[in-house]
Design a protein around this ligand. Structure first.
Ligand code: AMP
Ligand code: GLY
Length: 423
């Protein structure tokens, strides 16, 4: 069958590379795609928010299944539109994507169903928000309610920082996403990501991962979309895995169904593993980027039937097997990211790096120009290694990074340090 992948990042490259191995797939299209995806799919220059353009492409190319990568089209209802056109798709309805699209929605759902998460308040009034902060004390976390590309969260160490954050959010620092503010207790522990496929009723746990959000070595500096990741996350052992499924994932899936907006797609729980156990920091309703690159490197089964089962309710019939190995992704970004950066520099030796054993170089912000690959984004490459353990995966990944000739790029040099310290 022909399938369409929506998105342009490293996550979508990893999904395209994985789905290209499926015996049921004839042709893969990707909108809009990137310079690396073009090697495994036909890239079509349609924006992820151009729903009528995407539906037209589905008709023209006889697409039988659509895989939606990023959150913005999910929250705006792309899957609802595809479904009403009779085109099955991987991803939640707009109503179910509120789990990512509105932090307040998720906090209220957790409160109604006793799902462990930080204590919180929701505010649309500046004075009430500030009074709550003063009453709770610091450290405290201030969040814009809506989608803010991962930037709408301020972990305030002092009352002043928290009060300033409230002013900034209400003054429009994150646009419409900041019409409401959520203020939360600051959780202490180790963060981890947990992924489960969901078909409205059944859940199939995938694997755990950890990412590195800050731009600098040692986890310092401003947050980014993610400078690297690895899977599995050693902090999630079997007992913790079971607690996460029993206390967080399954109760959420039942709650969404019983409240009339069943969740289909992949549920990505951002967790804090505290002294008391797992607590939900936030949900995302799509694969993580770069976590997806690590997960796909470890997957040993055909992904397509599992994604299709999330849409048709048959996930209880699916089993996935995973390589008993670690995978680690080092993100190479344009110098200046997450601030201003230049575009258009040429990247060399990608093929040589990609031929090293255990290595996949997934593209994020690249384009193909004649025979060259050029950088077009902030996060540009995800150099991904698979190896028997995370320390070996780390050294392999950096070997490949050092083969890539791109003076205008940089990466962190310590991806995986927490897992390696623990071993
Ligand atoms: P989010 O965009 O919700 O993933 O938040 C970004 C980052 O802020 C998370 O990865 C955490 O490091 C941190 N964070 C968010 N909420 C909390 C919380 N309640 N307690 C501690 N840290 C938090
Ligand atoms: N790497 C974190 C995210 O995809 O949101």
């Amino acid at each position: 069958m022909n399938i369409l992948i929506i998105g342009a990042g490293g996550r979508e490259h990893a999904l395209a590379w994985t789905l290209a191995k499926s015996p049921s797939v004839d042709r893969i299209f990707c909108a809009p795609g990137n310079g690396g995806i073009a090697a495994v799919a036909t890239c079509v220059d349609i924006d992820v928010m151009d729903f009528s353009g995407l539906i037209g492409l589905c008709r023209a190319e006889e697409i039988e299944f659509v895989v939606v990568g990023p959150e913005a089209p999910l929250v705006e209802g792309l899957v609802d539109q595809l479904t009403s056109e009779g085109i099955p798709a991987f991803g939640p309805s707009a109503a179910a994507a509120q789990l990512e699209g509105s932090k307040g929605f998720t906090k209220d759902l957790c409160a109604r169903h006793n799902i462990p998460t930080a204590a919180y308040g929701r505010f649309t009034d500046v004075d009430q928000a500030k009074a709550y902060i003063v009453q709770q004390g610091a450290p405290i976390v201030v969040k814009a309610d809506g989608l803010a590309a991962g930037k709408g969260v301020i972990v305030a160490q002092t009352l002043d920082q928290a009060l300033i954050a409230v002013d900034e959010i209400f003054a429009g620092a994150f646009g419409a996403a900041g019409a409401e503010v959520v203020i939360e207790e600051c959780l202490i522990g180790e963060e981890a990501s947990f992924f489960a496929l969901v078909d409205g009723e059944h859940c199939l746990a995938l694997a755990s991962a950890q990412d590195h959000k800050p731009v600098g070595d040692g986890d310092v500096g401003p947050n980014t979309g993610g400078m690297g990741a690895y899977s599995p996350a050693p902090v999630i052992d079997d007992a913790m895995h079971n607690r996460i499924m029993d206390e967080i994932i399954r109760p959420t899936v039942s709650a969404m169904a019983s409240e009339g907006h069943p969740f289909n797609g992949v549920l990505f729980a951002g967790l804090m593993i505290t002294d008391k156990g797992p607590e939900l920091i936030e949900y995302n309703t799509r694969f993580g980027d770069p976590e997806c690159q690590a997960l796909m490197s470890r997957l040993d089964s055909d992904l397509l039937p599992a994604l299709m089962a999330t849409a048709d309710g048959s996930l209880d019939k699916i089993e996935l097997s995973w390589r008993d190995e670690a995978a680690l992704v080092v993100v190479m970004a344009a110098r200046g990211y997450p601030g201003a950066y230049n575009k258009g520099s040429r990247i060399r030796n990608l093929d040589t790096a990609g031929e090293l054993p255990g290595i996949n170089v997934f593209h994020a912000g690249t384009a193909k120009k004649d025979e060259d690959i050029i950088a077009t984004g902030g996060r540009v490459l995800g150099v991904t290694a698979r190896a028997p353990d995370v320390a070996l995966a780390q050294s392999l990944a950096y070997e490949a990074v050092d083969v890539i000739d791109w003076p205008e790029g940089f990466c962190r040099r310590d991806i995986g340090w927490r897992a390696i310290d623990r071993a």
